[in-house]
Design a protein around this ligand. Sequence first.
Ligand SMILES: *[C@@H]1O[C@H](CO)[C@@H](O)[C@H](O)[C@H]1NC(C)=O
Ligand SMILES: *[C@@H]1O[C@H](CO)[C@@H](O)[C@H](O)[C@H]1NC(C)=O
Length: 291
Amino acid sequence: MAHLQALFVALFIFAAVFDKGLVHANFPKSIYITWGAQHAAFTGIGDDLQLVLDQTSGSAVQSKRAFLFGSVEMLIKLIPGNSAGTVTAYYLSSMGSQHDEIDFEFLGNSSGQPYIVHTNIYTQGKGNREQQFYLWFDPTADFHNYTIHWNPTEIVWYVDSLPIRVFRNYESQGIPYPNEQGMRVYSSLWNADNWATRGGLVKIDWKSAPFIASFRRFRARACKWNGPVSIMQCASNIPTNWWTSPVYSQLTFAQMGQMNWVRRNYMIYDYCKDTKRFNGQMPPECFKQQL
Ligand SMILES: *[C@@H]1O[C@H](CO)[C@@H](O)[C@H](O)[C@H]1NC(C)=O
Ligand SMILES: *[C@@H]1O[C@H](CO)[C@@H](O)[C@H](O)[C@H]1NC(C)=O
């Protein structure tokens, strides 16, 4: 009897630990290193990832699975100190020349100078939809939550749960929307000192290397892509497809207020305002409401 009890206790502990492992040991399970194997490391109990850049290499990872709709969440602590010339990227992308892509990129800066959060979206191979922001906190001091949510009606970029950008589905009006290609999650750290900091004016100072960006608690609460059958499956309005619930089809009034606050105070570039670049022929989505 005592034996049996001991066995149950052991099983219980094992189950609890194992269960915890499934939830937390997320990086090695769900992501693999694609570049700079000596420069990327899973740490802790598998819930942390570090990407390193030095003069020999940068590094990159990608998710094993592709997804279509849902939320992809990552806590990121950016390179402290002098990070000028570096880019830390975190994005979703499908493959091929007609690919879809939803980007967060973090452009480093000299010590004490602000990082730029660079966002973009590609639909069927076409990008050129950059919006850039400063942050309202020091992104190198601690981990912050960068989340991409996308569903059949809209895509929202979140920073610490504040929406900073929306791209709505106006497909019925001829504007392509990313809803037919599974996307993997990618993160990378590389040398982009030909453009990143003050447009390429500030070069990487290798004396500050190695540069380390830290990632934590990657979660893809998203529909798994199993090929073209997923186009219908992931978009169908059923309870398990929580992202299709009407509450995610539009920001709440409170969220609209938050987004306006961010955009009013921290937005530094908007392609929709760059009439010179587009020679007056503004992209059609610039005339639509993005909420
Ligand atoms: C990150 O932000 C998303 C979007 O607001 C939220 O759903 C999620 O719970 C947050 N995760 C953490 C760990 O705070
Ligand atoms: C770096 O700092 C300069 C000076 O404050 C600023 O103009 C620039 O936008 C910052 N960010 C980047 C990535 O260049």
